[in-house]
Design a protein around this ligand. Structure first.
Ligand code: GDP
Ligand code: IMO
Ligand code: MG
Length: 427
């Protein structure tokens, strides 16, 4: 681990390279003791980042996944969208486990608030889309970002002036009621935020200034990505995406730090692919094998409990993420899940009407016609639970990792071999 961190420099970003749930939380937790500050820059409680230690499972939603360790400060940046009651409850639940959380979290005054009405609008719009629905987490993410971009959003700084807060909530509820024919109740919305305001107010600060001062003072920062690059609002499988910039650009805008402050980037990639919700998934295994991988990998959403769709590793997806984000090294996760399969495939190229494509096509028609080229690797029988070094892995598992490395032309510097926080091999 030390060698990897030395190679990556002072401030390191952790980004999902697929459709989310790659295992970002586990690596953030593993690296956290080496950092002073761990930051979330985008998304909200649509994220579910899991850490398993001594058989106990912790799922982080908006709070950075470093908090099981005593030292790092957690920052929730201006680019995030935050439900005040949900954040308050997340902190409370963690504190019930004897952890010191509230005094170590800084929440940007500029982060936008997700109100209960955003969740209602999320569910309402999904319902209206019928079989075209995105399959959102219904956490109000899209509607909150829509208000932000429409320049009618309500920010955490508005918690400081309750008269103005009520005025803005009333205006927004009236606007949405008129446009969507809903009956959102502004008084109810105001009351639930007020219930948790006192708990959240002390967390608020100018996080941009705090982070830039820390960078200049030589502190070490980790940027914890949320979602995955193929859920990015620009580069993902639009419209089946989330509403934020999940790539490296989102770190700079979502925290107010310069691009050159990010000295190294680790991409997280599952040894196969999963996706929750609707949208194209070229290497999907919509069959018994997909079900087998789902069961072996426990592929059920950390936030919503929904079964995740499963498929083979898709190198077109991961290569696109590596190229666009400048990823230096990969953490390949859940290699153990593939134990017992007779053979393992990797999607290496896409062709549409004999033309090679370098991203996932977005229309149903193009996806139906898409020709996928696969490379096949022999499987292995043994479970990987006891493997502590790369050399401990079965020969075919080693060959799979080396084969992937060649296809994605990026070093695989960490390998997940089990769910526990210690089931991680560095090389
Ligand atoms: P995140 O959103 O990227 O942090 O990932 P999630 O927590 O949503 O989903 C990853 C799931 O895989 C969680 O249940 C993790 O505990 C689990 N996990 C992470 N790495 C490994 C691994 O190497 N092997 C196994 N078996 N499970 C893992
Ligand atoms: P982490 O950080 C997996 C997916 C949803 C849906 C789409 C839009 O745990 O990897 P949204 O609620 O954001 O409007 O939903 O994006 N999605 C995720 N899928 N992991 C996530 O986060 C996700 N966050 C959003 O399932 O398809
Ligand atoms: Mg997740």
């Amino acid at each position: 681990m030390k060698k990897l961190l030395n190679d990556l420099g002072q401030n390191v970003a952790i980004l999902g390279t697929q459709w989310g749930d790659e295992g970002k939380g586990k690596l953030v937790d593993a690296l956290a003791p080496n950092f002073d500050i761990v930051c979330r820059s985008a998304g909200g409680a649509n994220a579910g980042h899991t850490i398993v230690t001594e058989g106990k499972k912790f799922v982080f939603h908006v709070v950075p996944s470093s908090m099981l360790h005593a030292s790092p400060i957690g920052v929730i940046g201006n680019g995030t969208v935050v439900s005040i009651p949900d954040l308050s409850k997340e902190i409370e639940e963690l504190e019930q486990n004897g952890l010191e959380i509230a005094s170590r979290i800084k929440l940007s005054l500029r982060a936008h608030i997700i109100f209960d009405f955003h969740k209602k609008i999320d569910a309402e719009l999904e319902g209206r889309k019928g079989d075209q629905k995105i399959g959102t987490t219904c956490r109000g993410i899209g509607p909150a970002y829509t208000d932000k971009i429409s320049r009618m959003g309500i920010r955490c700084e508005d918690l400081l002036d309750t008269e103005l807060l009520l005025e803005k909530i009333t205006q927004n509820c009236e606007f949405h009621n008129k446009n969507l024919g809903m009956s959102l109740d502004s008084k109810h919305e105001f009351d639930i935020v007020m219930e948790h305001r006192e708990k959240i107010k002390p967390l608020l600060s100018d996080t941009r200034k705090f982070l830039n001062d820390a960078i200049h003072a030589g502190k070490k920062l980790m940027f914890e990505g949320a979602q995955g690059f193929f859920l990015d609002i620009d580069h993902g499988t639009y419209p089946f995406v989330t509403s934020s910039s999940t790539g490296v650009g989102g770190i700079c805008t979502g925290l107010g730090v310069p691009p050159k402050s990010i000295s190294g980037i680790i991409g997280i990639a599952k040894a196969y692919t999963t996706r929750v919700g609707s949208g194209p998934f070229p290497s999907e295994l919509d069959d018994q094998l997909g079900e087998q991988i789902r069961q072996a990998g426990g592929e059920f959403g950390a936030t919503t409990g929904r079964p995740r769709r499963c498929g083979w590793f898709d190198a077109v997806v991961v290569n696109n993420s590596i190229e666009t984000n400048g990823i230096d090294a990969i953490n390949l996760t859940k290699l153990d899940v593939l134990s017992g399969l007779p053979e393992i495939k990797v999607a290496t190229k896409y062709f549409l009407d004999d033309t090679e494509l370098f991203t996932v096509p977005t229309t149903r028609k193009a996806n139906r016609k898409l020709k996928i080229q696969y490379e096949t690797f022999p499987g292995w029988e043994d479970s990987l639970g006891q493997c502590k070094t790369f050399e401990d892995l079965p020969k075919n598992a080693q060959a799979y990792v080396l084969g992937l490395e060649k296809i994605i032309q990026t070093p695989i510097r960490a390998i997940g071999v089990g769910q526990d926080r210690n089931d991680l091999i560095f090389r």
